[in-house]
Design a binder for this molecule. Structure first.
Ligand code: ATP
Ligand code: MG
Length: 468
């Protein structure tokens, strides 16, 4: 293990612990990640005794620690050095009683501390003590589980998950991030106590959910959330996407698995968490808008409007931010059919200008979403759609270079209109401004000042305003 202790902090902790005559270990996520060759910037230290005392000793020896914080109530300390985070804690023993979320905590041995950790792969420690510096302390065979790519609780799964139900979300999060399987007994434990998740705050659930979504292939996590019925507890709208109905021999697609496919596709193109959320939400209102007619078969008319309205409500409940991120997702859901719709008609410049105007800054993300939304099994169909979308993309580029409507600013402002006609702020000003925008988008005039001023003059006179 010595090769994993190359960071200078380990020598410092070793010396500090020696001086205090206190045993110290690296433990948890860092050990797991170095063994997996994953980069990791936070290191957890556990010591038999006071974590705060050890951290003080370490902080004294570090010249360039940017931040040192002590949390007396929790007996923990945090040191930040450049982009590294070091966490110090005294080994403890926990016992949970009944329905209480707060465990009773007392001092314990290293082994006690390893027992309270969530998975065997997260319970390994490396000694920083002189007599066995660098040796692995692995009481639950975490190393073997790492090799087998398996998540397994150290103790009885039902007890582990029931004591702290967030661990169920963490199990699925690690399974997704690491592409590991959840050991059968642990999986059964989750299914058994899934409804205990209700005692966990939505903020903490959503933190884990966002980590799942930021993994390379989030569908792994969503399928597990669905199969264990955890998803049913905090995101029933997504569960409702699942299922296929058949009528007159006509089936619609399963919108849950379709959504997951779109989400995975988006992940191949972009790391943007909010674009990923747009993929999750894009068809969220399909169950609300589902219909069947003899003539059309299955329809989901208006699901983009209803869906974009639902985004706000869902963001609020899921404790996602209610700011421009939400508005971005809502907008992409609203517009998600537009690029494909454009390929079905003769694409006029004005239709393209309108799309650029409506999508603004986010036009490229919208096109990405639109491409990723093509999940047909029919290869020829996919090819045709993609090639049509390429045409739309080219057209967008053309029109944008010519007309610059992406961040449309009216070439003549309201204040200028007021001045031109010597009028007060009034209905007419709004009418003229809107007509001007329409004229630019429709391509009646070009997006420049000269043509805009002429247009405004003409329009004002039409409305009965006096020639200036
Ligand atoms: P990441 O840093 O990617 O979130 P991690 O495993 O390091 O993964 P942390 O939340 O940083 O997760 O926790 C550090 C360690 O603390 C874990 O490896 C695990 O040993 C322990 N731990 C964290 N949360 C829990 C929990 N809810 N139940 C039991 N042990 C936990
Ligand atoms: Mg960590």
């Amino acid at each position: 293990m010595l090769e994993h202790l190359s960071h200078p902090i380990f020598k410092v902790v070793r010396e500090s612990a020696r001086d205090l005559n206190q045993r110290a270990y690296v433990v948890g996520g860092f050990v797991r990640d170095v063994l997996l060759d994953r980069p990791s910037k936070d290191i957890d230290f556990v010591t038999i005794g006071s974590g705060i005392e050890l951290a003080k000793e370490v902080a004294n020896r570090l010249q360039n620690a940017t931040e040192v914080n002590y949390f007396k109530n929790f007996g923990t300390a945090h040191i930040r050095q450049e982009d590294w985070d070091f966490e110090f804690v005294g080994a403890r023993k926990e016992s949970y009683r009944g329905d209480s979320r707060k465990p009773a905590v007392e001092e314990g041995t290293l082994e006690d501390d390893q027992h309270r950790r969530d998975f065997t792969i997260n319970a390994m420690a490396i000694s920083l003590n002189d007599e066995d510096y660098g040796s692995l302390v692995d009481p639950f065979r975490g190393l073997q589980d790492l090799k087998d790519r398996k998540l397994k609780t150290p103790l009885d799964p039902e007890v582990t998950f029931s004591d702290d139900p967030l661990r169920m979300m963490r199990a699925i999060r690690f399974a997704t991030q690491l592409d590991f399987t959840i050991d059968e007994a642990s999986y059964k434990g989750i299914v058994k106590v899934a409804d205990r998740l209700s005692i966990i705050s939505q903020e903490r659930i959503t933190d884990e959910l966002n980590k799942i979504i930021q993994a390379p292939k989030p569908s792994i996590g969503f399928k597990l959330l669905f199969d264990t019925k955890l998803l049913h507890q905090f995101f029933p709208e997504m569960v409702a996407l699942q299922g296929v109905e058949e009528r007159n021999g006509l089936k619609h697609k399963d919108n849950f698995y379709h959504t997951l496919q779109v989400l995975d596709n988006v992940c191949d193109h972009s790391d943007n968490l909010w674009l990923r959320w747009s993929a999750i939400m894009h068809d969220i209102a399909k169950p609300d808008t589902k219909g069947f007619t003899e003539k059309e078969g299955w329809t989901f008319h208006g699901h983009e409007f209803v869906g974009s309205k639902k985004v706000k409500h869902l963001f609020r409940r899921l404790k996602l931010p209610l700011n421009e991120k939400m508005r971005y997702v809502s907008k992409l859901v609203l517009l998600h059919l537009r690029p494909i719709a454009l390929t079905k008609e003769i694409v006029t410049d004005s239709a393209v200008r309108r799309l650029i105007f409506d999508a603004g800054e986010d036009i490229d993300d919208l096109i990405t979403l639109s491409k990723c939304d093509i999940t047909s099994k029919n290869e020829r169909k996919v090819k045709r759609f993609l090639s049509n979308l390429k045409d739309v993309e080219r057209k967008i580029k053309d029109v944008e270079e010519r007309d610059r409507v992406r961040n449309f600013q009216p070439p003549v402002s309201g204040a200028e209109i007021i001045e031109m006609f010597h009028i007060k702020p009034s209905r007419e000003v709004g009418l003229i401004k809107n007509a001007l925008k329409e004229a630019v988008l429709e391509g009646e005039i070009r997006n420049n000042r000269e043509e805009a001023i002429n247009f405004v003059l003409k329009k004002g006179i039409e409305l009965g305003l006096k020639k200036p």
